[in-house]
Write a protein that binds this ligand. Structure first.
Ligand code: GTP
Ligand code: SPV
Ligand code: MN
Length: 588
């Protein structure tokens, strides 16, 4: 098969000449194609069929043990000028980068099939959606892209109609970490990824296209491509407010997007609607509000910690038609990970007999890939062409100390500073040390495709005449007490914090001003039935003035690291807070 679009055929020919595949397969996205691919992968040992009774049409994939997470040190943004990529990205000159990676691609598909994967990010008929084509030699990538995007014939038809698409070239190569690069060429709308079969390194529609390339396009076109969940919160009066929240990788987006209200709230009539769990594209509407779509069609979620207690909606959707990557298995071939209350693992994620001495049964970054349609709380408005209007933007990190449970920014400029000043403990979602606090503005450190200083300026630019911008908040579900335990119950109970935010949006809840922003008084939060000690609540809502003075100093140094790219308004806003903290200490 070929396409009606000459540019696409030409590119496929060019890639085939370079990579020398035995066969070329254009993916149509049909059920028959998916079944045939799954059968092929089972035969080759790339997939293991799981228990057909308990988990119909579910498969386990074990990735190479040195290929289990994103590789930030091998991920490059190749703009003509180094400064445009910014100190937040690894950079290489485009010509050098191309030469380096094309040498790896030369002949790499000999003996393999080249799959052409047309996909659409966002509802297939939405004007906000964007298309791409991924060329890959990995059937596992094809199977995942089919779940995670609108993939196949309909996407190809749109691409032929529009004549434009992002080009993504991927090969698993030898899965050798020494021969691995994830390169982005924003000027050419091109991605080249070699040597990894894992998640964000290989499913090019996701982080590579929908964040790194899209953030570039969003900047020049006046919209935002963000690492955010989108959730609808319906109150007992029947009104639904949509919230977009940016938390770094493995810091709670999937869980918040699918939360089940606490019992009392459920009985009172609160409902939660899942729109997206990882990526959000936001565009100003004619009414001045920001409207958001989820460009994805599935969830690539963290398995460990997912249980009927923490995230029942997720567990409910994982019972069929799911690909599990790097989890353990039980004796009767059911998927297993740490945090499940039942079941006993007999094999670990590497396929060895399970032995606690070797570490956890499931890799800490083991994942499930599942269609969003299988989520019980999936919002029908996810398919709306114009998206959903956003009432609140939430930033958050994993901070065991200092950062209170929640605070509200006083205005948009303060909100942008709050996002730019985010920091979080690192997780297993990327290779490298876990638990180290690092700056991760707007949860985009690994994903912003251009200079962070320019990105902050772009965020500020939305504050203009006629704009009806969302309120901005910051949360921290991960504060720990002296005993090392989480102070806040988290998960479903996070709705109690969202409830306060939405009352702030409506103007019906109280708050106490502080130098870092507005915090709820204990009485402003519905904490009924939680059994929290008053000291615990006080600790969760306390502003540690000296600790924040240190933090605000570090934020200053961080903003300085982007030199003249950092907008002056952010420096001024930071200084205002530093002065307020100083004033606070003097009166104390
Ligand atoms: P990516 O897919 O990597 O972008 O991550 P994510 O932000 O969607 O993270 P996810 O919701 O999968 O959460 C990752 C981990 O955080 C899991 O182990 C969860 O159990 C844990 N977690 C999520 N929400 C909470 C919470 O409210 N409190 C606590 N203590 N842990 C949480
Ligand atoms: C993340 O790391 O933020 C993820 C998983 O959502 S990946 O697709 O690997 O980027
Ligand atoms: Mn993510």
């Amino acid at each position: 098969m070929t396409s009606q679009l000459a540019a696409l055929n030409q590119w496929v020919d060019e890639v085939a000449r370079l990579t020398q595949p035995d066969r070329i397969h254009w993916c149509d996205g049909s059920d028959a194609e998916a079944r045939a691919l799954n059968a092929l992968m089972v035969e080759r040992g790339d997939l293991i069929a799981l228990n057909e009774k308990t988990h119909p049409n579910c498969f386990l994939h074990r990735s190479s043990k040195s290929d289990v997470a994103r590789v930030e040190h091998l991920t490059l943004v190749c703009t003509p000028e180094r400064e445009d990529a910014g100190p937040n990205n690894h950079w290489m000159a485009p010509a050098d980068a191309r030469a380096k990676i094309d040498a790896l691609f030369a002949g790499c598909m000999r003996g393999r099939t080249l799959y052409v994967v047309p996909y659409c990010m966002g509802p297939i008929d939405s004007p906000i959606s964007r298309c791409g084509v991924e060329i890959t030699d990995s059937p596992y990538v094809v199977a995942n892209m089919r779940i995670m995007t609108r993939m196949g014939a309909a996407a190809l038809a749109r691409i032929e109609r529009e004549g434009a698409f992002v080009k993504g070239l991927h090969s698993t190569g030898e899965l050798d970490p020494e021969r691995r690069f994830i390169m982005h060429f924003p000027q050419e709308l091109t991605i080249k990824s070699y040597g990894s079969g894992y998640g964000g390194n290989a499913l090019l529609g996701k982080k590579c296209h929908a964040l790194r390339i899209a953030s570039h396009q969003a900047r020049s076109e006046g919209w935002l491509a963000e690492h955010m969940l989108i959730v609808g919160i319906q109150n007992p009066q029947g009104q639904t407010h949509y919230v977009a929240a940016a938390f770094p990788s493995a810091c709670g987006k999937t869980n918040l997007a699918m939360l089940i209200p606490p019992e009392g709230h459920r009985q009172a009539g609160w409902k939660v609607w899942t729109v997206g769990d990882d990526i959000c594209w936001m565009t100003p509407g004619a009414d001045g509000r920001l409207w958001a779509i989820n460009p994805e069609a599935g969830f690539f979620g963290v398995a460990p910690g997912t249980s009927n207690k923490t995230n029942p909606n997720a567990l409910a959707m994982l019972g069929h038609d799911t690909i599990f990557t790097n989890v353990g298995v039980t004796a009767d071939n059911q998927p297993w990970w740490e945090g499940l209350p039942d079941g006993v693992p007999v094999k670990d994620w590497q396929g060895r007999d399970y032995d606690p001495a070797n570490g956890p049964a499931a890799h800490p970054n083991s994942r499930f890939t599942v269609s969003a349609r299988q989520c019980p709380s999936y919002s029908p408005h996810t398919e709306d062409a114009q998206g959903v209007p956003i009432s609140a933007i939430v930033f958050g990190g994993r901070r065991e100390s200092l950062v209170p449970l929640v605070f509200e920014a006083r205005d948009w400029t303060h909100g942008v500073l709050v996002g730019a000043a985010m920091a979080s403990e690192t997780t297993a979602a990327a290779t490298g040390a876990v638990g180290v606090v690092r700056r991760d503005p707007m949860a985009m450190k690994p994903f912003c495709g251009y200079n962070y200083g320019d990105y902050f300026a772009h965020w500020l630019s939305f504050d203009k005449a006629g704009a009806k911008l969302p309120k901005v908040f910051h949360v921290n579900w991960f504060r720990k007490g002296a005993d090392g335990k989480f102070l806040w119950p988290g998960f479903g109970d996070n709705l109690r914090v969202l409830e306060w935010m939405l009352q702030r949006v409506d103007g019906s809840a109280g708050a106490e001003e502080s130098p870092i922003g507005n915090l709820p008084n204990a009485a402003d939060l519905d904490l009924a039935g939680l059994g929290l000690q008053p000291q615990q609540v006080e600790e969760l809502l306390r502003v540690d003035v000296e600790g924040w003075q240190r933090e605000i100093g570090e934020i200053g140094a961080y903003l300085d690291s982007y030199g003249s790219h950092t907008p002056a308004a952010l420096h001024r806003e930071r200084q205002r807070i530093a002065d307020a903290l100083e004033g606070c200490r003097e009166t104390a």
